[in-house]
Design a protein. Structure first.
Length: 483
């Protein structure tokens, strides 16, 4: 047995329901921790620095999501490649995929950090960021960009580990990141002890420092515990992106990244439309966004878990388990997200007051937004489950087209048609309209079944491909991805 191989978790055997839940819960906990961290940071900013600073972080955060999108795409592609390799018992192929993804991500992070620092003012102007919040948002955004390479590498490594079936290690280092951020935020914002007060720049610096500490710890832990994706000796050459790996990463990762960018672009347009409603609505939307982030977490976590589990089973040729993986994912998603929606609506007043203090007008505006839009995240979650299963077999273009159509043609189209009659309510109602359309179209594509005929992502030996195709009747036999 290869060193570290025993630590790769086999998701192709045993009960599906318990395995999926045990794999998804740490991922969900990681996402909730990340969201909780952002929310607490927003509380520090809103309480210590005021509503202008909170509006600034809302504008900066949507921009950061745009910057992370392309890396998420490559990360998702590498996760599927790693999971398929683990499913078919080829740990070396998993390490090759991981090495190429990490090497490429390092270079990309440096480029994004530089471009982001230079282009931050233009991005904020594009968002129509309110004048009261512009300077604060610029400081916040530029400090975050400094730590961009470390942040992107952390994301890539955590996604790769989940491809091996390890959701525990990413959770450990999410705790580390959140802990460092929570401790440093008030210290750097207020300037406690010998530390000078840095204001909103201190909040960004705390987040940046947390990302660097978490990355260093994750790398050290990977080698100390001899985790499956650690690279040693000749394997270090895998960090030089290989042409065959990059063809797959670009061929599948770019459409996946574009899915994130489409969602980001829709969010950018949305916040631009919100900004035009005035400062009070912008501040209320910033608070509502913090709460909505939690509603998205089960969808993203369960979608990632379903995708990794399905990819391992596809790599192992266990197509008999795929439909049940989808069904259990949907059931868990409905239970978790539905419960969260009920709790958030029931306790909306104290939750919104955490971000908006005693600003009753902003709280009322944010509550109205939540009442109209919060339930749509159940439908959003269902769409992410279906996309995750299709992504596990390398199908990424159809989900991209669905998102483009529903987020722009349907969602923004509804806003423009409805605004003269509904006013700002057209903004909030566009959420359920767009989510329902996405879920319906994703369901039709999934049930149609053509996605099962796609090619597997993991490059394998050509002779093994021929033997596999001859031996298996499944339409998605192992074949070399087209260059």
């Amino acid at each position: 047995m290869v060193a570290g191989e025993h630590r790769a978790r086999d998701l192709t055997q045993g009960p599906i329901a318990s395995a999926l839940l045990l794999f998804a819960v740490p991922t969900l906990a990681s996402n909730i921790l990340q969201s909780l961290n952002g929310s607490i940071n927003a509380i520090w900013v809103g309480r210590f620095l005021g509503a202008q600073a909170l509006a600034a972080t809302a504008n900066a955060n949507i921009t950061m999501f745009l910057m992370f999108s392309i890396v998420f795409g490559f990360g998702m592609a590498s996760t599927v490649m790693i999971a398929q390799a683990v499913g078919r018992g080829d740990l070396d192929a998993a390490r090759r995929a991981f090495g190429s993804a990490v090497g490429f991500c390092t270079l990309l992070g440096l480029v994004v950090a530089t471009a982001g620092w230079i282009g931050a003012p233009a991005l904020l102007r594009l968002l129509a960021t309110p004048a009261e919040a512009f300077d604060l948002a610029l400081v916040y955004l530029r400090v975050i960009f400094v730590a961009m390479p470390a942040s992107l590498l952390s994301v890539m490594m955590m996604m790769g580990l989940r491809g091996t079936g390890d959701a525990r290690t990413p959770l450990i280092f999410m705790f580390v990141s959140v802990g460092v951020d929570l401790v440093l935020n008030p210290v750097l914002i207020l300037g406690l002890g010998p530390i000078p007060a840095m204001g909103i720049g201190g909040s960004a610096a705390a987040t940046a420092a947390a990302g660097v500490v978490s990355l260093i710890g994750l790398v050290l832990y990977t080698y100390a515990k001899d985790l499956p994706l650690r690279l040693r000796g000749r394997e270090l050459a895998y960090l030089r992106p290989a042409p065959d790996q990059m063809r797959v990463l670009f061929g599948k990762g770019l459409p996946m990244g574009l899915q994130m960018i489409v969602m980001s672009a829709s969010g950018l347009v949305m916040i631009g439309l919100v900004n035009r409603e005035g400062f009070l609505v912008t501040a209320a939307y910033g608070a509502a966004q913090q709460i909505w982030t939690y509603l998205q977490m089960p969808a993203m976590a369960m979608g990632a878990a379903v995708s990794a589990m399905a990819a391992q089973n596809i790599g192992a040729g266990r197509w008999d388990r795929i439909s049940r993986i989808t069904g259990y994912g949907m059931g868990y998603l409905l239970l978790i997200t539905g419960t969260m929606v009920a709790v958030i609506l029931l306790f909306h007043a104290p939750l919104l007051a955490l971000f908006l203090g005693r600003n009753d007008a902003a709280i009322a505006a944010a509550w109205h937004m939540q009442l109209l839009a919060s339930w749509s995240f159940v439908l959003f979650g269902g769409t992410m489950i279906l996309f995750g299963v299709m992504r596990a077999n390398g199908v990424v273009v159809r989900p991209l087209l669905i998102l483009i159509f529903t987020l722009f043609a349907v969602r923004l189209g509804f806003y423009h048609l409805g605004y003269p009659h509904l006013g700002a309510d057209a903004l909030w109602l566009s959420f359920p309209v767009g989510s329902a359309s996405s879920f319906l179209l994703a369901g039709l594509v999934y049930l149609q079944g053509g996605w099962r005929k796609a090619k597997l992502l993991v490059p394998v030996d050509e002779e093994e491909c021929r033997e596999s195709i001859n031996a298996e009747s499944e339409p998605a036999g192992r074949i070399v991805p087209a260059g």
